[in-house]
Design a protein around this ligand. Structure first.
Ligand SMILES: *Cc1c(COP(=O)(O)O)cnc(C)c1O
Length: 374
């Protein structure tokens, strides 16, 4: 049986967790949290990062930092995970959904500007499958209308965008704020975990306060203030050192993880035409400005019926591909709040996209063997 996902364990996780426990500092913001954050800041040039207990939490921090309040409008794709919208809805925002591109599940950058009103505050980009949105286009629109940009980079660790200036920038380093996920289905993982990346100095100090229950505890421990107390809103967004220690073991191995994932991605790309020649589908395409971080390998079948048959055929052979997302504008929770616009491309990906099994330990031979089963 080949499941859709199998979280990879490097073997060092328990060692670092043991060290964290033995050190006596088990709550958050200790040694492992600091080395993880430093790594991300140095590696991908984020101005400041804060580990969080999930990407959802990091997105909630973004909504708080941007002072989103009832009636504010936030533009984002409908074809995304619930959290992208939920984080802003909790603050009372109205979500204005953009359709996907027709060649890619990511948001159609050319359909954003027509949705902007006097109430629009934020554009949230989702780098679907780790493939960059056209950030020059989005940042230009945001600057013109004085909007903030939050990158939902949950799937986009170690992926890049090359803009008009020819400079290759890490995803998550371009918008004002960005959120990453280390959920066990992501490239590097700690079960549940996330990261807030802050690229605009104005948000750094307040982000630390929101992160630590609305207190200025971080400043206090750096010796910048002589007592700490309640100074703002916030929550307990920081993970314990046990989680950070786990994540550090993954970070240490990120190069070999990424190398192997890219090999698997390329193997799929080279073999799916032949392996699934009985089905009608298209393969993922990559815009010239984007890189591939091998977060997932997906196919877009020609119809809902074709996808249903594809999934059933593979399941019968012990291979478990999955589909996602259910367009948020049609969800049980949000459909009656949506403004009624049709989003046909989002619906198309909802009905036709399928994600192939994808994880570090996946072996190509196992797939070939399963598929040769009658
Ligand atoms: C995984 C994912 C999330 C949620 O991440 P958590 O760490 O589970 O909160 C949000 N947005 C997108 C696009 C995702 O893929």
């Amino acid at each position: 049986m080949i499941n859709f996902n199998k979280p990879y364990i490097t073997g060092k996780e328990v060692h670092f967790i043991y060290d964290a426990v033995a050190s006596g500092h088990i709550s958050g913001n200790g040694k492992y949290t600091k080395i993880c954050q430093k790594y991300f800041e140095n590696q991908w040039h984020f101005k400041k990062t804060l580990l969080t207990t999930s990407c959802t939490d990091a997105l909630e921090m973004c909504a708080m930092l941007l002072n989103i309040k009832a009636g504010d409008e936030v533009i984002m794709p409908s074809y995304t995970f619930v959290s992208t919208a939920l984080a802003f809805v909790r603050q009372g925002a109205k979500i204005v959904f953009v359709d996907s591109r027709n060649d890619h599940p990511g948001m159609d950058e050319n359909k954003i500007e027509e949705l902007i009103t006097a109430k629009t505050k934020v554009i949230v980009t989702v780098h679907y499958a780790g493939v960059a949105c056209d950030m020059d286009k989005i940042m230009d629109i945001a600057n013109k209308h004085e909007l903030f940009v939050v990158e939902d980079a949950a799937q986009a660790i170690d992926s890049y965008y090359t803009g008009k200036d020819g400079i290759k920038k890490a995803l998550g380093s371009i918008g004002h704020l960005a959120a990453f996920s280390f959920h066990e289905t992501k490239n590097i993982q700690c079960g549940e975990g996330g990261l807030l990346a802050i690229n605009d100095d104005r948000f750094i100090k307040r982000a630390e306060i929101i992160w630590e229950k609305g207190t200025n505890r971080a400043e206090f421990f750096r010796g910048e203030v002589n007592k700490y107390g309640w100074v703002d809103i916030g929550s307990s967004f920081l993970p314990s050192e046990v989680v950070a220690a786990f994540l550090w073991a993954q970070i240490e191995n990120i190069d070999i993880i990424q190398k192997r994932r890219l090999e698997i991605w390329d193997w799929y790309s080279q073999h799916v035409d032949k392996l699934f020649e009985d089905f009608k589908f298209t393969k993922p395409s990559l815009p010239i400005y984007a890189t591939n971080n091998a977060h997932m390998y997906y196919l877009v079948l020609s119809s809902f019926e074709e996808r249903t048959l594809f999934i059933k055929t593979l399941k019968d052979k012990g291979l478990f591909p999955v589909f996602h997302y259910l367009s948020l504008h049609k969800s049980k929770y949000y459909s009656d709040k949506h403004d009624g616009r049709q989003l046909p491309n989002s619906d198309h990906f909802e009905e036709c996209l399928v994600r192939m099994p994808f994880y570090y330990e996946l072996e190509e031979n196992e797939i070939l063997k399963a598929l040769s089963n009658q």
